[in-house]
Design a protein. Structure first.
Lengths: 156, 518
């Protein structure tokens, strides 16, 4: 979280993140055949991109060192509840979609993500979830004939 | 010239077929509705409805997507003017003068002017498109893999550096997009790359999942509990929407200038719509005799940027369709949709898929007329839709995203991809990286790689080929110029800052305005 407190911190962290992703891509990419410039193998392009990304990442971090930052920046407080609920809602959709069917998954994704907003009440989230279930039945199952069983047990 | 008119006539025949007209109407309606919703822009609107088109015939599918596009752009303007909500970044600048007009009770007139300006600008853009496309095609037929590769390099570089914020960060995001584009089976050798053991990744990363992760889920992660909602009671009736004669006269030339600026920028690959609208606004303020009125409800500040964004949108279709080089992320998404349909963009598209190309052009007009007709009775509904609170909107949107992504392949794996790219996108945004270039890189990645490999195969591994062929040399020089300009601006800014620090005794130095997001 320290990195987000200042513009310089953001640039340092961002540059390092890019360098790390680039390096990882280059290492993984070079495990495929590289080939020559004339006959490139499948590894050439990804490796080259990884190297470029790593270089750009380093450049971002270096320029951050020499940039004079001015003015206040907006530091947003972490929003753990919102994040947990949105991520949890998507995970719940996948798990319940597999082991429950469209309706439980629909209710779960809307209900859980609605709870992520502090202004939503428990009851309000339930009502919103049920409304989404109705939409799922009418629009997706009946009208659009989506290939997703309303209920299924134990992963079809 | 005559040929173009005959083709256009044929295009109207295609666009007015009842079946096609219906989908066009549906696209405009849904696009307008989604565009009005706070926090939802053209990108999320198109990617949410993209899965439906996978099973459709390409012509109605594309007419619908285009309809969603300009429908949502217009919807975004409504939110910007009436509620000061830039739901789509290009409209951020419309807020500056549109919202003060609303507070002065002229919000309806601002909407009316927006409607006229966008229709005028779109018509102009379409005309340019009709006559410029065939010319461009003639030139494009001379393009080999070398030329395609260098023009794509230019497009990627422009897309990365001209977005908001640090150009280096934009380039980093473009490269990330290119890397995501390499995931899957390599067409030349059949080797599976970056699949991390997931059989689902032997095919490519799903376009819709990437777009909805970066522009849907990531955005919700950023905005949850942070979206400040300014509620006010706005009532817009039909007769409020007619601008007065003075307002019309005031906005005529700004509209014209905005249209020209948009057309100019549309022809340049990689310049986003946001930057275009800001330039149109800044230009208008600069030449105005009464610049102090700007920011307090000057109608010129609404007419010019809105016209610019609409003409740019139309002109943007030229490089997208005839060269296969999208000007901005929305175009990249549309290009991706074309490729999913098995249609290769490029110079041969206009001749091989004449019904699609000319039908699309004609449908722009049809769609813009539909938009006009639709908004007259529905403006009251849109105002109500605007009032839907974010806390109810985003859970429903998340559900539509999940189901939409599921329907692309009838598999839940794509929902995991949304989650992954959502988290990644939120982290990038927190570190102030622009995420739009990722999509550009992803769509162009495979094309760049294929053409790069082919160009070097033909030149027997000689990299100099990119400088030896004249057309390619032009593009490479433009790339070099672009980089040189960026370095120049960066150095000058750093120097000016140091200079300002030294002369701190004079507090009269004007502050440079910063542009919000692309």
């Amino acid at each position: 979280m320290w990195a987000l407190k200042s513009k310089r911190g953001r640039d340092y962290a961002g540059g390092m993140l890019m360098a790390a992703i680039g390096l990882a891509a280059a290492v993984q990419g070079s495990s495929y055949q590289l080939g020559t410039l004339e006959r490139m193998g499948p590894g050439f392009f990804p490796t080259a991109l990884g190297v470029i990304l790593a270089a750009v990442g380093v450049a971002i971090a270096i320029t951050a060192r020499f940039t004079r930052y001015e003015g206040e920046i907006e530091v947003l407080a972490p929003e753990w509840r919102g994040w947990a609920c949105i991520i949890g809602a998507l995970v719940a959709f996948v798990v319940l979609g597999k082991y429950g069917g469209l309706l439980p998954a629909t209710f779960a994704i809307v209900f859980i993500s609605a709870l992520g907003d502090r202004q939503n009440t428990f009851l309000g989230a339930v009502v919103l979830g049920l409304a989404a279930v109705v939409v799922a039945i009418v629009v997706f199952w009946w009208a659009l004939q989506l290939q997703f069983p309303l209920f299924q047990w134990g992963g079809g | 010239m005559h040929q173009a008119l005959t083709d256009l006539w044929y295009g109207f025949g295609v666009a007015l077929e009842p079946h096609n007209l219906m989908w066009s109407f549906f696209g405009v309606l849904v696009g307008n509705l989604i565009g009005v919703l706070p926090g939802m822009g053209a990108l999320s609107a198109i990617s949410m409805l993209l899965p439906i088109t996978y099973t459709m015939h390409p012509v109605p599918a594309f007419l619908m997507l285009a309809g969603i596009f300009y429908g949502s752009m217009y919807g975004g303007a409504i939110g910007a003017i009436l509620l000061n909500l830039p739901s789509h970044p290009p409209h951020a600048v419309t807020c500056l003068d549109g919202y003060p007009m609303t507070r002065a009770g002229r919000g309806g007139a601002a909407l009316g002017v927006t409607m006229i300006a966008s229709f005028f600008a779109a018509s102009f853009g379409i005309t340019v498109m009709i006559f410029a496309s065939p010319l461009l095609v003639n030139a494009a037929l001379k393009f080999g893999p070398t030329e395609i590769c260098s023009i794509m390099l230019l497009g990627l570089l422009a897309g990365g550096t001209m977005a908001r914020g640090s150009p280096l960060k934009g380039i980093a995001m473009t490269v990330i997009g290119l890397l995501i584009g390499t995931v899957g089976t390599d067409v030349n050798s059949g080797v599976i790359r970056f699949s991390f053991g997931f059989p689902e990744l032997t095919d490519r990363v799903e376009l819709v999942a990437l777009a909805l992760g970066l522009f849907g889920a990531a955005d919700f992660l950023r905005s949850v509990n942070r979206m400040k909602f300014i509620g006010n009671e706005t009532k817009v009736r039909l007769r409020d929407m007619r601008p007065s004669r003075a307002e019309l006269r005031q906005s005529f030339f700004p509209m014209l200038r905005g249209t020209l600026i948009g057309t100019l920028f549309g022809a340049m690959p990689g310049t986003g719509p946001t930057i275009t609208t800001f330039i149109a606004y800044a230009f208008e303020r600069k030449i105005s005799k009464t610049p102090e009125r700007f920011g307090h409800g000057a109608i010129e500040g609404v007419a010019s940027p809105e016209a610019a964004s609409h003409s740019k949108t139309q002109v943007d279709f030229i490089p997208t369709m005839s060269l296969g080089i999208p000007g901005d992320p929305v175009m990249a998404l549309l290009l991706g949709a074309l490729m999913v349909q098995g249609i290769a963009p490029g110079p041969q598209l206009i001749t091989e898929h004449a019904d699609l190309f000319w039908g699309l052009i004609a449908s722009f007009w049809v769609g813009n007329v539909l938009l006009l007709i639709l908004n007259v009775p529905l403006i009251g509904v849109w105002v109500k839709v605007l009032r839907v609170p974010y806390r109810l909107m985003f859970p429903c949107a998340l559900f539509f995203i999940a189901v939409g992504v599921y329907s692309t392949n009838n598999s839940l794996f794509e929902v995991n991809e949304v989650l992954f790219f959502g988290i990644a996108g939120a982290i990038f945004m927190a570190l102030e990286f622009p995420v739009a270039p990722v999509l550009l890189g992803y769509v162009l990645g495979p094309l760049v790689e294929e053409n790069f490999r082919r160009a070097l195969l033909l030149s027997r591994g000689n990299m100099g080929v990119f400088l030896e062929r004249p057309i390619s040399l032009t593009f490479v020089s433009l790339c070099a110029l672009l980089i040189a300009l960026q370095v120049f601006f960066a150095v000058r800014a750093a120097w000016a800052k140091r200079h300002a620090r030294r002369t701190l005794a004079y507090p009269g130095t004007p502050a440079r305005a910063t542009l919000p997001g692309d």
